[in-house]
Design a protein around this ligand. Structure first.
Ligand code: SAH
Length: 418
């Protein structure tokens, strides 16, 4: 989502005059730092990054801080780093052109509605198009700062999404990647559902000429109804890779997190998906050491991982965030225990992957090539979201090829085009 927000800002700036991108801060006239605030670490990193840029930047270069940390720190950023020229919240990125013209500018209004704003077009990768289908989040997960930085959940009108997808496909992006905090809750307006729902949106996008692949993140386990699972399983253009942000396998912890589902409900849903679409891969987000998490609770998480055997996990130690309900909870888990749990989870998952990896040997996958890697390799993804590398160059980019896996590794499958 942040990558897309950065693309939006670049597109907006380009409307007036072409901006050239540089990775060398010494060369830049404008430095944008787009921030996350889901965990505490990136927030601390922000101020050291600003310090680094100040040391090396051109004397007149402007610095803008954007995104979720901008939303939640606001004015404080100017106090701690007076050299910063503007602060733009995650929901206010459409104001970038106004911001660059001012000496000082701040807009962090989370009620600002830019869901129907027709952003300019810019893609960092021409082969796939990220499209926001909703902004904000209405869930009240006890650990999560997102509703406080991105505001109320509003769905982008489907006409805008379909037009954006059609333009992207016409310009050569075969893959459309839909973004939102709860994509499968699409169709919200003023807190109410109505009109085109997510399953219908997926079908409509799959009918666009030139669209060959559709991905999305994040769906919420709570909204994985039969209509959605049916469309996912049966529409060949929808990539067979499902993200299921589990967070915890313990019903007690899930309740404290206000996730709205139980361990059994999650297992039932994931198993149904495995049964309806056996070729699908499932990934998960997992938080360990949420306040009050007992050893038994943690074992529940390990058990869910063992039963579903996620193809990929993104796992984190709980990080207390301001403005969230969990920040008030007293029974924090000490860092040593938290680290031990994270290590155990990650080591077991690596072992699960090591058990799975050899089974890829000799298999043939359809791979969409999207980037070049070092040493003469081109990289792409399978429908299931595995990264595949083959010897090759530009001529593979933007193409879908059958690849036979000859050397499966835990994170990369090496193979050859057949
Ligand atoms: N909409 C997603 C959340 C996106 S944030 C959902 O359905 O949950 C991405 C991931 O960051 C979350 O899934 C969660 O695992 C992690 N995360 C969010 N807040 C966190 C916190 N306070 N500490 C640790 N991890 C957190």
């Amino acid at each position: 989502m942040n990558v897309r927000d950065s693309e939006h800002m670049i597109a907006e700036l380009n409307r007036e005059e072409p901006y050239l991108l540089t990775k060398d801060a010494k060369e830049a006239d404008l430095i944008l730092i787009n921030t996350c605030s889901v965990r505490e670490k990136p927030v601390n990193k922000l101020f050291s990054e600003i310090g680094q840029f100040l040391k090396h930047k051109k004397p007149d270069a402007k610095i803008g801080i954007c995104g979720c940390t901008a939303s939640h720190l606001g004015e404080e950023i100017f106090k701690r780093a007076p050299e910063v020229n503007f602060v733009l919240g995650a929901r206010n990125v459409s104001k970038i052109r106004e911001a660059v013209l001012k000496e000082k500018f701040l807009d962090i209004n989370i009620n600002y509605d830019e869901s129907a704003y027709a952003f300019g077009e810019f893609r960092q990768n021409p082969y796939k198009a990220y499209i926001n289908i909703s902004i904000g989040c209405d869930k009240k997960c006890a650990f999560c700062i997102v509703p406080h930085t991105r505001g109320e959940e509003i769905s982008v009108p489907h006409e805008l999404i379909l037009n954006e997808a059609a333009r992207a496909a016409a310009s050569g992006a075969k893959e459309i990647f839909l973004l939102g905090q709860n994509v499968n809750n699409y169709g919200l307006s003023g807190g109410k559902k109505g009109g085109v729902n997510f399953s219908q949106l997926l079908t409509r996008i799959s009918e666009i000429d030139g669209v060959e692949r559709i991905r999305f993140t994040s769906p919420h386990p709570l909204h994985m109804d039969d209509e959605f699972l049916d469309v996912f399983a049966s529409n060949p253009k929808i990539c067979k890779s499902m993200h299921m942000p589990l967070q915890s396998g313990s019903t007690a912890v899930l309740k404290a997190m206000k996730r709205g589902y139980t361990k059994e409900w999650f297992l039932k849903c994931a198993k149904k998906l495995r049964a309806m679409c056996p070729q699908a891969s499932i990934s998960a987000d997992i938080i360990v050491a949420f306040p009050n998490e007992s050893e038994m609770d943690f074992m529940d998480t390990m058990e869910v991982m063992e039963e579903i055997r996620f193809e990929q996990i993104f796992s984190f130690k709980y990080s207390p965030r301001p403005l969230t309900a969990a920040a008030q909870m007293t029974n924090r888990i000490d860092d040593k225990t938290a680290s031990a749990r994270l290590k155990m989870l990650q080591e077991r998952h690596a072992a699960i992957l090591d058990e799975m990896t050899p089974s890829y040997m000799g298999k043939v996958f359809e791979v969409y090539f999207e980037e070049l890697r070092e040493n003469g390799f081109a990289a792409g993804r399978t429908s299931q979201n595995n990264t595949v590398c083959v010897k090759g160059s530009e001529e593979l980019l933007g193409k879908i090829k059958s690849v036979k896996i000859t050397q499966p590794q835990r994170l990369i499958l090496y193979g050859e085009v057949v």
